[in-house]
Write a protein that binds this ligand. Structure first.
Ligand SMILES: NC(=O)C1=CN([C@@H]2O[C@H](COP(=O)(O)OP(=O)(O)OC[C@H]3O[C@@H](n4cnc5c(N)ncnc54)[C@H](O)[C@@H]3O)[C@@H](O)[C@H]2O)C=CC1
Ligand SMILES: O=C(O)/C=C/C=C(\O)C(=O)O
Length: 480
């Protein structure tokens, strides 16, 4: 259901939400039309003029803490809804997705309280001087367009700082994952977020709620996570209104493994960075570069890791990997598997569809896959696939590894595995990415800058970077 102006709204026009686990219909989702998006924007504008716009910072932050508490109070429902929509494992949903949904609200409610404003004393010719100080104002109506891979986590990563900074928001979750956003609307409603401050519209991108929202003249800023091509389409839609944009886009992330690394840690960490969430995290590794002296041993150890992954029912406690998000997405990933084979790759493991002889055969399961033997020019080495796969390439020198890792149109994340401290700093700092991990992966601190270079994004979120994006600093100059 949509949630606009403090009310749950059924437009009467529905689309089916399909389970990636067994292909059944989970439920019908009400698709927002242009009129409902118009109403959401008007309602948001009214909220900025009303109670929300006048609310003290302390009260706003208290409400955001209440949202976090509200998510936790319904933790099991959120976990079940996220698993149903995505097929992700119980472990992933209950240890990462839903806890981060709550943590995002707490983190930004606390951070905004210590957001400083700038102040400068300025000399003037008459010697009296002037005082400049800035105040942070909200941007206004912010459109939040979220993807399906970490639905609640990524949506709240944007909603929380936007609301903490005093904006009103209109959220559009992916058409693949409407459920936790709808539960979140119920939480917002129950904790008393004033009407119009949080609005939720369901639907697709082009010709639907996504496009109506991003092209809307009443929207002041757009924050988006998803595919780079979609980012480009949204940028075009936003151009006429010259709106502020924050984009977290795709990745084609590299891992560099040196012979002096802790071998077992490097294998375990790299396997996690490749296969977590079925490879459907923008930070996942798809290109692995391994120093030649340990190449064969590393490939063999990764094969063991991939084949040990338990693929199955998301609800089973010991399931490591569920299906990918949809049959359409599985077809896309399979087409990359085929293209790798066509270009002469060696299939170390996987490359196809697992068989279960039960209802899961109607789902979108796919085998974790490792390739070797391709050049840097191969399609699978250049394009983001967003599935449970990697290609492993040997290297001979540090400079060669750095050049190959950086030889991508994308620049989101990289991982470096070495026990040589100087090399760790040297190589990490040479990575052309927004985030480099050394001897770890997906170690997150919500205060750190998060985002990408090249095709991987525009701007940074996280900590003060999020708060800066969602605020309009205004300078006041007083002649003394
Ligand atoms: N790197 C990342 O974070 C992600 C990458 N992907 C990749 O993108 C591919 C396509 O998946 P999608 O779900 O279609 O991702 P997408 O990037 O197209 O969709 C993300 C969000 O944008 C919305 N959207 C799409 N087109 C839009 C438009 N023209 N205007 C406004 N909103 C629009 C969608 O409805 C969804 O809410 C996947 O196969 C995957 O490879 C998907 C999700 C996240
Ligand atoms: O903020 C995080 O912890 C994760 C971010 C992941 C993405 O932005 C993504 O997968 O698109």
């Amino acid at each position: 259901m949509n949630y606009v102006d403090g009310e749950f709204v059924d437009t009467g026009n529905c689309f089916e939400n399909i389970s990636p686990v067994d292909g059944t219909v989970i439920n019908q989702v009400s698709e927002a039309d242009r009129a409902l998006v118009d109403r959401a924007v008007a309602s948001g504008r009214a909220a900025l003029e009303g109670e929300w716009g006048k609310m003290t910072l302390a009260k706003r932050c208290e409400l955001l803490h209440n949202v976090a508490d509200g998510i936790e109070a319904r933790f099991d429902e959120f976990v079940a809804a996220e698993m149903a929509d995505t097929g992700k494992s119980f472990f992933q949903a209950r240890t990462i997705d839903i806890p981060r949904g709550a943590a995002n609200f707490r983190a930004f409610a606390d951070m905004v309280k210590s957001q400083p404003s700038e102040c400068f004393h300025t000399d003037t010719p008459d010697g009296r001087g002037a005082l400049n100080y800035s105040v942070n104002k909200p941007l206004g109506v912010v459109a939040v367009i979220a993807p399906w891979n970490l639905p609640l986590l990524l949506m709240t990563w944007k909603l929380a700082p936007a609301m903490a900074a005093g904006n009103v928001v209109i959220a559009k979750p992916s058409e693949e994952t409407p459920a936790t956003a709808t539960l979140l609307a119920e939480v917002m409603h129950s904790v008393g977020i004033p009407k119009g401050v949080f609005n939720l519209v369901h639907g697709f991108g082009p010709g639907s709620a996504g496009e109506f929202l991003t092209a809307h003249e009443g929207v002041d800023a757009i924050t988006f996570t998803g595919e780079s091509r979609t980012g480009s389409a949204i940028m075009k839609a936003a151009a006429d209104g010259v709106k502020s944009l924050s984009f977290e886009l795709g990745g084609k992330n590299a891992a560099i493994i040196f012979a002096d690394s802790d071998f077992d840690e490097a294998v375990a960490g790299t396997a996690r960075s490749v296969f977590t969430n079925g490879g459907q995290v923008c930070l996942c590794t798809e290109r692995v570069y391994v120093e030649r002296s340990i190449f064969d041993k590393f490939v063999a150890a990764m094969k063991v890791k991939a084949e040990a992954l338990k693929i199955g029912w998301p609800l089973d406690e010991d399931t490591d990997m569920g299906p990918v998000i949809s049959h359409k997405h599985r077809d896309k990933v399979l087409s990359y598997y085929a293209s790798a084979r066509d270009e002469g790759a060696t299939v170390v493991t996987g490359g196809g569809i697992p068989e279960f002889a039960d209802d899961r055969d109607n789902g979108a399961f796919i085998q974790p896959t490792i390739f070797t033997g391709l050049s840097e020019q191969a399609k699978i080495q250049r394009e983001e696939v967003f599935g449970p796969l990697c290609h492993i390439t040997p290297f001979d020198t540090e400079a060669q590894a750095v050049a190959m890792a950086n030889g991508s149109d994308y620049g989101l994340a990289a991982t470096v595995w070495t026990t040589n401290l100087q090399r760790a700093h040297r190589v990490a700092q040479q990575m052309e990415v927004g985030i480099a991990w050394v001897n770890s992966w997906y170690l997150r601190d919500l205060r750190t800058p998060f985002g990408g270079v090249k095709l991987s994004g525009v701007g940074r979120e996280g900590g003060v970077h999020s708060l800066a994006f969602y605020a309009e600093p205004m300078n006041i100059c007083i002649k003394l």
